[in-house]
Design a protein around this ligand. Sequence first.
Ligand code: GUN
Length: 293
Amino acid sequence: MILLDGKIISEQVKAEIALEVENIKRQGGKVPHLVAILVGHDGGSETYVANKERSCIQVGFRSTVFRFEDTITESKLLYEINLLNNNPDVDGFIVQMPLPKHISEQKVIEAIDPKKDVDGFHPLNVGRMTIGMPAYISATPDGIVELLRRYKIETSGKHCVVLGRSNIVGRPISNLLSLKGYPGDCTVTVCHSRTKNIPEITRTADILIVALGQAEFVTANMVKEGAVVIDVGINRIKSETTKSGWKLLGDVKFDEVAPKCSYITPVPGGVGLLTIVSLLKNTLKAAKKEIYG
Ligand code: GUN
């Protein structure tokens, strides 16, 4: 069993990006600039944005955070987004989710210029990705693809089973892995809450991707010998054995599933660490105008 190590791969990709930024600077080019809009004071969002800022600085990007109180109106937020769309100093930006209830997240996503949508949430980017056109791919599916690529895992002709059909993981990753080329050319089955006989289906998976948000849902009897298992779940569970009083569990019962696998991601330390890296990759692409010219 080989561990798909998110820490090693994320450090590797960050070092590659940092090198490219150094080259851009040496040639007098524009340093990539990522902006994050943070509305309100949600603890999780604060942490995410702080991590993004730290990673930007690590690779030599410019990073700016625009903060607004959670009383901001939807129209004022849309106005601010329009300013960023038209600001040539900003290569890419994200609006950290979740947003307060009085603001439509979908409206906000659709207001972002697809050329600067480094989260890859805009329907144009989602659509372009689905038909194999150049697009900003959202962080988690891109992180999965990066892991498969870096560990040179064979995907052609493999049966890939995806547990979960969310817009941010299950749906995009099932699309990406069924596209022509590498990593792709998989035969993909998507399972969800209405799927019958899930264990029967998962036992036929060469590659099993789990994004359900249910702690330790996948057990050893659901996994084929030699399978590649990618666990996207991050479940915060109360624990009496840790100092903090909680621990992180994946959607896969790691201890009993790992011995059966050819490759498996740990939680934490797997796909999660690659999500910020994907945002950095997209920001670099935005600065280089790689996707839309
Ligand atoms: N909230 C949690 N994850 C994300 C993300 O990847 N992008 C944005 N914009 N908000 C998030």
